[in-house]
Design a protein around this ligand. Sequence first.
Ligand code: HEM
Length: 490
Amino acid sequence: METHPFAAAPAGGPGLESLPVEPLLTSEFDVDPGGVYERLRSTYGPVAPVGLMGVPVWLVLDYREVLEVLRDESVWRRDVRHWRARAEGRLPRDWPLLAGYEVRQTMFLDDEEHRHARLSHHSAMRPFQDGHSPEGWELRAAVARYADELIDVLAAESGTTGFADLAAQYTRPLLLMVTTKLFGCPVELGDEMVMDLWRMLDGGPDAGAATGRALGAMTRLAAHRRSRPGEDLTSYMLLSDPTLSDEQLGRELFMNAVYLNDITGNMVCNTLLEVLRGNATVRRSLSHGQLGETVNRAALVNPPTANLCFRFAARDVRLGNYWIRAGDIVSPSVAAAHRDLLAMGSSQLVDSAVSTRAHLAWGAGAHQCPSAARELAGTVVTTAVGRVFERFARAELTLPPDQLPWRSGPVVRGLRLLPVRYELVAGSGGRGAGRTVPGGRRGGEVGVPVASTAPPSASVGADASSAGERAGSGVLGVLRRMMSRGRKSG
Ligand code: HEM
């Protein structure tokens, strides 16, 4: 590789702030992020200085360097207080990304504080992790049931053949229903929270206020479950760490809600897209019944968290062709790193069942997605995708893949729409037709008919499950109202 002018610069050489940077979030990036990553890589090497909404940031592009940043927590810190530009008051006051980073929760903690907070997530999620506990079984059954309810709504409103947006009419509502169920939201809170998360995730003009309201709603949910515990994630977080205040728990739930809604939803849509657009290896894994592998392959092509959360250098350190200064901000790009894996060629990677595990869509190192959350997300994604392919006899994109509209933010890359022409399986328009829930631990096989499967124990808490049920129909109610509002205004 060519030597860059700053390759040998000692720590006294030019810093990030003095380098010319090109803005990352351009219309070109919106349409073809892969092309932008390639251009940056050929200009700067494995690490490039870019502008993010007016603030200079190091974007880490190569797989090796991304892995190094994710794994070495002694150098690459998560606490925003390590950021020199912030500490020196040099950030624009209204920089839109700062508010999120100021919310102190597990993701933005280091060392012992981080390990302690992460443990609470682990033990609270464990009961939902697989299908062998009452909570895990109930959640899996609920995901399949919600998916079927949404497909039933589609059949009732648009017919057994027609057009649908699988992002807006299926994936997003499904994930909101699952969140309501998992978190144990009572109906009133659920409807309010659902609407605000949508506003926040869509980044509209009132996103800041909606974020504040969503945080407030999560804090109220924490207080509610403290006084009325159930078999839900909120109550289990409190059980695993009773010292958590309502505000602290609200912040942790808020982050989980973002992952469960936006990120998991993107994983569902991206997987559906890879199958619908005819990605041969993805389709092959699907036709071999390896749904988990289908998701892995889709995550490799289009990771839902394209660029991971910022890290801050604890000391001057060499990365790629540059010296990164203590307190500099870096953004590890999983999407760019995956291009390295894909470039290794089909014989080594894309056709191999084993090597797709090298993908970084779950992160790596101390802050990687907790195993229980991965199991949970894997179940939701495989069930959501599995139900579509069981209940739809035919589904084809109504737009060429390169004309689909994407939301390309500094962190997330997700589809705005997933428009299809569909035909449901005959007899699938009614409620309960061919309903299944995933049966096993390994996520990937869509499996056991509900009717012939009993929960491991009959005693799933009445409050939690009935709240979930009521909440599920509450969300459906909101959706129906939104859909009919949309039709009237459209
Ligand atoms: C397909 C869906 C998901 C994907 C692709 C995903 C991906 C990730 C990634 C990449 C990270 C690390 C971020 C970083 O290092 O900057 C992460 C962290 C995390 N995820 Fe997930 N996630 C998913 C679903 C979930 C769900 C459903 C939950 C919980 C309900 C969850 C909870 C967490 C938590 C608590 C962390 C922070 C861990 C820490 O900082 O120690 N994730 N996730």
